[in-house]
Design a protein around this ligand. Structure first.
Ligand SMILES: CC(C)(COP(=O)(O)OP(=O)(O)OC[C@H]1O[C@@H](n2cnc3c(N)ncnc32)[C@H](O)[C@@H]1OP(=O)(O)O)[C@@H](O)C(=O)NCCC(=O)NCCS
Length: 335
C-alpha cells in the first residue's frame, strides 16, 4: 500500500504464530457433549483444536506469537514503535490487551491499542498498520498481533459451538520501505453490516448487561451463534469481497499463488474454493488441526504455509476474513 506521492511502501518483515500445547480431540468432546467425531469431521472438517492452559491469558498467546514474528523479521523489540492487538477475548475489559503485551515484551512508551472485529482481525489489522505506516510518517515497524482464547468464552455445554473453536495467536511485523519493489500490501478491502450483529455475539459483561448472578445463571457470558445463517453469510460475503478486490486490481484468481480464507469450517472453505475456482494446491487449510481460532486464523494459516516452505518471498496471497459484527475483509499481499 502506498499513499500518493508519499514514496512510502509497506513490507511484511516477519510473521509468527503460537498455538497452545494442549490438544483437545473430537473423541474427548464426545465425552463432554452429545456429539461424535464423525459429525464434527463431516460438518466442519475439524479433527482437533488447541486449548490454552488456565494460567495462559490471551496476552500470553500474543506475546509468544509476537516474539516469533520479531525473530522472523530479524528485528529487536526495541525497533517496534506501535503495537496493535486484534482480539474479542481481551485479558479483561480494560486496559487493552495491547498494553499488557507491551509490558510483557519489556517495552514502554510506544502507543498500543486493541481493536475488536472478531475473525476479520487479520485484514483489518493489515489495513490499520499499513495506513499508519504510510500516512503518519511517525512509525517504521508496527507489531500486528491477533489472538483469542476462545475457550474462555465458549459454552462447553453447547455442542453447536464448542466443537468449532480453538485458541491461538498470530503476529506480523509490518515495516516502512522506500523501495516500491519490496511493497507487500497490494490492496485491502473492508466492510461490516451491524444490522446482523445478533447472528454471533456474547451478551453480558458489557455496559448493556453488566455481570450479575442472573447473567451467570442464564449463561450469558458465553458466545451464541446462529450457525446456519453465519455459514450462508460467510460464503456469500467472502466470495464477493474476494471477487471485488481482484476485479478492482485488474487481477484474476489465476494470478494468485495462495488463498488464505478464514478457517471456520472446511465446508465454507470448499464452497469458496469452488465458487472462486481455486486449485487444491493453492488453498491454505489449518482448520482441521486448530479449529476456528477467531482473529488469528488467517495469520496462523499463513505462517503455517510460510514455515512449510510453500509460501515464499514474492508469493501472491489473497486472504479473506469474516466474523462477528458482521465484519469482513479481503487483502491481496505480496509476501
Ligand atoms: C455450526 C455448523 C457446523 C452446523 O452445521 P449445520 O450443517 O449447519 O448443522 P445445523 O445447525 O443445521 O444442525 C443440524 C443438526 O445437527 C445438530 N448438531 C449441532 N451441533 C452438533 C454437534 N456438535 N454434534 C452433533 N450434532 C450437532 C443440530 O442440533 C441439528 O439437529 P436437529 O436437526 O435435530 O435440530 C455450521 O452451521 C457452521 O459451520 N456455521 C458457521 C460457523 C462459523 O463459521 N462460525 C464462526 C464465524 S466467524
Amino acid at each position: 500500500m502506498r499513499t500518493k506521492d508519499s514514496g512510502r511502501f509497506v513490507k511484511i518483515s516477519g510473521i509468527g504464530s503460537y498455538v497452545p500445547e494442549r490438544i483437545l480431540t473430537n473423541n474427548e468432546l464426545e465425552k463432554m457433549v452429545d456429539t461424535s467425531d464423525e459429525w464434527i469431521q463431516t460438518r466442519t472438517g475439524i479433527k482437533e483444536r488447541r486449548i490454552a492452559a488456565d494460567n495462559q491469558a490471551t496476552s500470553d498467546l500474543c506475546v509468544l506469537a509476537a516474539q516469533r514474528a520479531m525473530e522472523s523479521a530479524k528485528i529487536s523489540r526495541n525497533d517496534i514503535d506501535l503495537i496493535l492487538v486484534g482480539t474479542i477475548t481481551s485479558d479483561m475489559p480494560f486496559p487493552s490487551t495491547a498494553v499488557i503485551v507491551q509490558s510483557k515484551l519489556g517495552l514502554s512508551n510506544i502507543p498500543c491499542f486493541d481493536y475488536n472485529v472478531a475473525c476479520s482481525g487479520t485484514q483489518y489489522g493489515i489495513e490499520l498498520a499499513s495506513s499508519l505506516l504510510t500516512g503518519s510518517r511517525k512509525y517504521r515497524n508496527i507489531l500486528l498481533i491477533c489472538g483469542d482464547k476462545m475457550s474462555s468464552v465458549v459454552d462447553w455445554q453447547d455442542r453447536a459451538t464448542c466443537v468449532l473453536l480453538g485458541d491461538g495467536a498470530g503476529a506480523m511485523v509490518l515495516s516502512v520501505t522506500e523501495n516500491g519493489e519490496e511493497n507487500s500490501i497490494v490492496d485491502v478491502l473492508l466492510g461490516a453490516n451491524g444490522g446482523l450483529w445478533e447472528l454471533l455475539f456474547l451478551a453480558a459483561g458489557g455496559s448493556k448487561e453488566p455481570a450479575s448472578f442472573k447473567t451467570v445463571e442464564n449463561r450469558k457470558h458465553f458466545l451464541r451463534m446462529s450457525g446456519r445463517d453465519v455459514f450462508r453469510e460467510a460464503v456469500l460475503v467472502m466470495q464477493s469481497c474476494a471477487q471485488e478486490i481482484l476485479s478492482r486490481n485488474n487481477m484474476t484468481i489465476e494470478e494468485i499463488d495462495f488463498v488464505v480464507p478464514h478457517q471456520a469450517n472446511l465446508r465454507i472453505i470448499t464452497a469458496l474454493q469452488e465458487r472462486l475456482g481455486v486449485f487444491d494446491e493453492k488453498i491454505c487449510i489449518t482448520v482441521d488441526k486448530y479449529g476456528n481460532t477467531s482473529a488469528s486464523s488467517c495469520l496462523i494459516a499463513m505462517d503455517t504455509f510460510v514455515k512449510s516452505g510453500k509460501i515464499r518471498r514474492g508469493s501472491k496471497i489473497l486472504s479473506m476474513g469474516f466474523g462477528a459484527g458482521l465484519t469482513w475483509g479481503a487483502a491481496i499481499l505480496k509476501f
